[in-house]
Design a protein around this ligand. Structure first.
Ligand SMILES: *Cc1c(COP(=O)(O)O)cnc(C)c1O
Length: 801
């Protein structure tokens, strides 16, 4: 569609007038007394005004053309900041910078004042946010449905190296991007009993809450289309008890409200471990039931034939968290609209798709039938009906396959059986989903499992986060690559050009200088922008092997100390990431990294050669700052454990070669970029399984590696924590004797690969060729490619543009 993209009438003067008008009439301040926060509100409202127009137009078009809509159900949306992203997508960044300068404000400071919307843990939630942006860019009519947590992911601080969590409070200030929709509210029931009357089942919930909608528009590249992120807040159905209040019983009067609000109060701070908590199940049902009621209301506003629902509605379940969607949709169709069970099941399955995100057994959701049946008694009946229908429909189904087994409801099986398509998130992961996770269901339903390799939005992760590189790309290949990332291939011929490589390196250096200044200001640690920035930022988890990285860092330090005058490449080791509050082993790794950093950073012998920084509270904004400054991307998970990774893609786009294992989307990164431009090491997924069969694998690996023995010995002796030398005895013992994640087995290969990195970095021609080729070959990892593929292969949805 050829509509005007950037509205040229929005000059800096026009925008400035809008900002001042909002400062006066929305914020209620005059310019001399306005704080940074006030200016941010004024600018945000001025920008938001410009989104509302394409938002209305998109909604109207979708209604007028009676288009199929995609509904993305996710317990997490890790959005980050909105203002800069929206400004850039509207093409108003330069105008905004000028307008703010004209009122004496620095746009970057104003942008930096916005708190991150941290409604997610990590990759899964960030994927949902990238998908929302890509669906808007592609003009795919879509709604994201999630929960409006009052407190997003906790804030991380370090006290003497230990992680301390404090509550995150993103709604403490006014949130200018959302529109409350109290008229879009649904009753959500829990518990109670099911009555059968005249052959119909009627659920009488014992508890009810109201789910109330809060809408945030999500605008795509160049403002051509905007979709809605609809987040549900929970509130009480009960009337405020004025009588009690007047009797002075204030707390009791507020009790129902407090209880209801608990449901949307906090985000569970862990997406790698299944939480068997009733509150979690209630949150999942709140999201899912509200979304489905909303979807059916919208559908029935201009349709009456529920059998045609799948032609107009595609519902994607982001992991099993919303897997109750299968039974809930059947319940609504059957109990509220009189559709017979078999027909309701067919309709539901044709609408639903399920994305699997993990093979980690501890992350697979299962609910005790007691809990499930207690919280959702009607759904328990429906789940059993689905299960027996499936057993009848597939009589050769092995007895151990099914949804309800050993008094548990298995949400993976439920999601699988209730979906017409199931997808993994990288080629390797999708294969493992077929072979290891659902082998029997895959055999019964061949063709149902498909692959959709993840992607990230290049608008946020390249154009916005890395303006020096984005500018260079536009100067080199012209405008428009942001929405057609395969065009980055056009950079390839330039990579052979030494002057192009020099500009590429200079762009990286700008980012590294900025990051050095930030590290100096935030942490008081001086790092040199001439050093190699070696970065591992992601959630702290044993399978991601931050431990391998810090052990190798110590081995590297030993090498430096043995020969401080050697031809070493100076390095800055950057760590970032949060551990789930209850994950003791991950917290121990954090403490070890911080302890090691204190000792190494204080060593005068190596002070020009090695520094370790671990800035606290890793979040989207920190990723946007650090990834563009990275030289080396650490993607070193135990093969077979990382479903895809998306951090790996952000680094690649930003010109940082990967040091990594053959895991997740690393496999495809390696394929795209070529083995010469990737530092591959370590056991493959198949070799990992095989190695584990040897109960002495770690002991043997350690005994064969002098550098690793030395490192473990130093830690065991308390070299990094003389005040409490035995602090890491447990950790060292586990590496020697358990080491499920094969840190020891991969140590030597990793150490050697790091030496290769040094060699490559010492040769600038080679290095910058590699770095630039990483950017040039990253087009495949745009989430636009991913979304197009979902639209074709799962949703059967088309672009309205
Ligand atoms: C991209 C991203 C992630 C995912 O990183 P992985 O390395 O793929 O685990 C997690 N957190 C934030 C803030 C991100 O931006």
């Amino acid at each position: 569609m050829d509509r005007p993209v950037t509205d040229l009438s929005v000059t800096p003067n026009v925008l400035q007038a809008d900002i001042l008008r909002h400062l006066t009439f929305t914020v209620g301040k005059d310019a001399p007394h306005a704080s940074l926060h006030d200016w941010r509100m004024a600018l945000s409202h001025a920008i938001r005004d410009r989104i509302v127009e394409p938002w209305f137009a998109s909604t109207k078009r979708t209604w007028a053309e009676d288009r199929k809509r995609v509904y993305y159900l996710s317990m997490e949306f890790l959005i980050g900041r909105i203002l800069e992203d929206a400004t850039i997508n509207l093409g108003l960044y330069d105008q905004a910078a000028e307008a703010m300068a004209a009122v004496g404000q620095d746009l970057r400071a104003v942008i930096g004042d916005e708190p991150d919307a941290a409604l997610g843990n990590g990759g899964l939630g960030r994927l949902a946010a990238c998908f929302m942006e890509s669906m808007a860019t592609l003009g795919c009519p879509a709604y994201g449905y999630g929960i409006r947590y009052e407190h997003g992911l906790f804030r991380q601080q370090f006290e003497a190296g230990r992680q301390v969590e404090t509550p995150e409070n993103w709604l403490a200030q006014e949130h200018p991007w959302e529109f409350a929709r109290p008229e879009s509210a649904y009753t959500i029931g829990f518990k109670g009993h099911v009555e059968t009357r005249d052959g119909r089942d009627i659920w009488h919930p014992a508890e009810t809450v109201i789910a109330e909608a809060h809408d945030t528009p999500v605008v795509g590249w160049q403002g051509k289309w905007a979709n809605t992120l609809r987040l549900w807040g929970a509130k009480s159905t009960g009337q405020f008890d004025l009588e009690r209040f007047n009797r002075g019983d204030y707390t009791a009067a507020a009790e129902p409200e407090t209880l209801a609000r608990t449901l949307s109060r906090v985000l569970y701070p862990d997406d790698t471990t299944y939480q068997g908590k009733e509150l979690r199940l209630k949150q999942e049902f709140l999201l899912t039931s509200a979304a489905l009621q909303d979807i059916l209301r919208r559908y029935l506003a201009n349709h009456s034939d529920l059998k045609a629902l799948p032609r107009y509605v595609a519902i994607q379940m982001n992991d099993t968290h919303p897997a109750i969607a299968g039974p809930e949709l059947i319940r609504l169709l059957q109990d509220a609209h009189g559709v017979p069970f078999d027909e309701a099941l067919t309709i539901a399955r044709a609408c639903l798709g399920y994305t699997n995100h993990t093979l980690l057994p501890e992350a697979l959701e299962k609910w005790a039938t007691f809990t499930f049946g207690n919280v959702l008694p009607r759904h328990m009946q429906i789940v059993e009906k689905i299960d027996s229908w499936h057993r009848r429909a597939y009589p050769n189904r092995p007895h151990y396959v099914g949804i309800v087994k050993h008094q548990e409801v298995r949400m993976g099986e439920l999601a699988f059986i209730m979906s017409h398509k199931v997808n993994g998130v990288s080629a390797l992961h999708s294969d493992l989903v077929k072979q290891n996770l659902f082998p029997e269901l895959h055999r019964l339903h061949p063709g149902r499992i498909v692959n959709q390799t993840n992607g990230v939005t290049p608008r946020r992760w390249l154009r916005m986060a890395n303006k020096p590189l984005a500018g260079l790309i536009t100067d080199t290949i012209g405008a428009g690559w942001e929405a057609d990332l395969d065009r980055l291939k056009e950079l390839e011929p330039h990579v052979e050009d030494a002057s192009f490589r020099a500009v590429f390196a200079a762009a990286k250096r700008v980012n590294k200088v900025e990051m050095s200044n930030w590290a100096g200001a935030e942490m008081g640690i001086q790092i040199s922008p001439d050093a190699l920035f070696d970065v591992q930022i992601k959630r702290i988890h044993e399978y991601k092997r931050q431990l391998l990285n810090i052990l190798e860092t110590i081995a590297h330090w030993n090498k430096l100390r043995a020969n401080p005058k050697g031809p070493w490449v100076p390095r800055v080791k950057v760590f970032g990431g949060k551990a789930a509050p209850g994950y003791a082993v991950a917290k121990e790794i954090i403490r070890l990294i911080n302890d090691v950093a204190v000792v190494i950073n204080a060593d005068p012998v190596t002070s020009d050669l090695l520094k370790i920084i671990y800035p606290p509270n890793y979040n989207v904004s920190m990723a946007e700052r650090v990834i563009p400054a990275a030289d080396l991307s650490e993607q070193i998970s135990t093969a077979g454990k990382e479903a895809s990774g998306t951090g790996n893609m952000k680094f690649m786009m930003n010109g940082a070669p990967t040091i990594g294992t053959l895991d997740g989307a690393n496999v495809e990164i390696l394929q795209e970029v070529g083995a010469d431009n990737f530092f591959l090491f370590g056991l493959t997924a198949a070799e990992v399984s095989k190695r584990r069969e040897d109960p002495d694998h770690s002991k043997k690996a350690i005994e064969a590696s002098q550098p690793l023995q030395d490192v473990l010995q130093m830690i065991a002796e308390g070299r990094f924590n003389p005040e409490e030398p035995e602090r890491y005895h447990g950790l060292v013992h586990r590496v020697w004797h358990h080491d499920y994640f094969l840190v020891a087995a991969d140590f030597d290969a990793y150490h050697a690969a790091q030496a290769e990195v040094d060699k490559a970095y010492a040769d600038p021609d080679r290095w910058w060729r590699m770095a630039a080729l990483n950017t040039a070959r990253s087009g495949f990892f745009s989430s636009d490619r991913t979304i197009r593929s979902y639209m074709d292969e799962i949703w059967q949805a088309s672009s309205a543009l």
